[in-house]
Ligand binder design. Structure first.
Ligand SMILES: Cc1cc2nc3c(=O)[nH]c(=O)nc-3n(C[C@H](O)[C@H](O)[C@H](O)COP(=O)(O)OP(=O)(O)OC[C@H]3O[C@@H](n4cnc5c(N)ncnc54)[C@H](O)[C@@H]3O)c2cc1C
Length: 335
């Protein structure tokens, strides 16, 4: 008998689905079985046509903002309405916060950070992407959160209007009064960017004139990010410097750190600069498809061993030139 697979999606403000959600939808779609699309949000139409056997929704202002009580109630109601044996959702912070609890409520099991999925098995990385595990869950229901970047985003048209509505009783005791976020030009972490730019501690080290040039480093890195819209990653040594009272790049935080104790982003391309460490090169960008590095040290084993191309050069000079070339192509007044 075909499995019933519920795909859970929280919608954007206009009722559509984000790219990360459509990537996870592609994974659910590829499983075969009877797909049911369950949507949660202020607005859930138009829904994406993913050849589902049913389209379900919990919608209204109470479900606009991420909140444990309302999101969990919505997910549980959709699960019960769908009669699903497998529930798939994107590994967003919103679903990651609630789906383990929902699985517990309905007597199910949950697997998170899944990078490959079949109807009977889920693959994920462990110990900071050093080991890969494949597990199966004979008991149902089975909740699975899948990582972004593991499938091309589903591209159906938004045409469905026969959506079944559900209204679970919810507690809205926690009220979202406003949102505070840095301006987009101040945000250096851009998961959708085509390039990950990794900055290492070399940017703050003494250079050939025997002095540090941290201000120049900041200007070059921010200038490059602005022109290229790349995402900024950092080595641990560089983000740790502030705790040691050294000259620092003020726009970096531990959120930028890549590696064993940082993140492992999935951009198509990566460029590491002034960076020697094993963790950023071996673990931090292992999912980056095309990797290049700029380092003064031709014997930097990690840059040479793990990058597709190593430029043995001064990153200050290289980035000055790269920024000038980008400026010619995208003048500041236009970009
Ligand atoms: C348990 C544990 C977990 C860790 N987890 C992480 C982690 O998650 N992420 C992480 O990054 N690290 C991690 N580390 C630390 C890691 O081992 C390295 O110490 C660190 O990554 C080194 O940072 P770096 O390459 O920026 O600095 P450095 O080792 O100081 O390297 C600086 C580099 O800059 C180059 N350089 C200097 N000036 C220039 C210039 N003008 N042009 C070009 N190149 C230049 C130098 O040649 C050198 O190669 C971890 C360590 C431990 C013990």
């Amino acid at each position: 008998m075909a499995e019933t697979i519920l795909f859970l999606a929280h919608t954007e403000a206009d009722g559509t689905l984000s790219k990360a959600t459509r990537e996870a939808l592609a994974c659910a779609h590829a499983l075969g079985g009877d797909l049911v699309l369950g949507m949660v949000g202020a607005k859930v139409a138009p829904a994406i046509d993913c050849h589902a056997v049913r389209y379900l929704a919990v919608c209204g202002e109470d479900f606009a903002a991420a909140r444990y009580s309302t999101d969990a109630a919505a997910a549980e109601a959709l699960y019960r309405a769908a009669g699903a044996t497998v529930v798939v959702a994107a590994q967003t912070t919103r679903w990651a916060r609630v789906l383990a609890g929902v699985a517990q409520r309905v007597g199910g099991r949950v697997d998170t950070h899944v990078t490959q999925l079949t109807q009977t098995s889920a693959t994920r990385w462990l110990y900071r992407q050093r080991m890969e595990a494949v597990s199966s869950r004979p008991g149902h229901p089975w909740f699975v959160l899948v990582e972004s970047g593991i499938a091309p985003a589903f591209t159906g048209s938004y045409t469905i209007d026969n959506i079944e509505q559900y209204s679970p009783g919810v507690s809205t005791r926690t009220v979202v009064t406003s949102r505070q976020a840095p301006k987009s030009e101040q945000q250096t972490i851009r998961p959708e960017a085509g390039l990950l730019f990794v900055a290492g501690a070399g940017w703050t080290k003494k250079q050939k004139d025997g002095r540090t040039h941290t201000d120049d480093a900041g200007r070059l890195i921010l200038g490059f990010l602005e022109k290229s819209q790349a995402s900024l990653g950092s080595s641990k040594s560089l983000v740790d410097l502030s705790g040691e009272g050294q000259a620092v790049l003020p726009f970096l935080s531990h959120m930028n750190q890549v590696g064993q104790t940082g993140s492992t982003p999935r951009h198509p391309k990566g460029l590491a600069t002034c960076c020697h460490g094993e963790e950023p090169h071996v673990v931090g960008w292992r999912f980056i498809k095309e990797r290049r590095a700029v380092n003064l040290d031709p014997n930097c084993g990690w840059a040479r061993g793990k990058a597709d191309v190593l430029y043995v050069a001064d990153a200050f000079e290289v980035m000055e030139r790269v920024n000038a070339l980008l400026e010619e192509r995208v003048p500041a007044s236009v970009g």
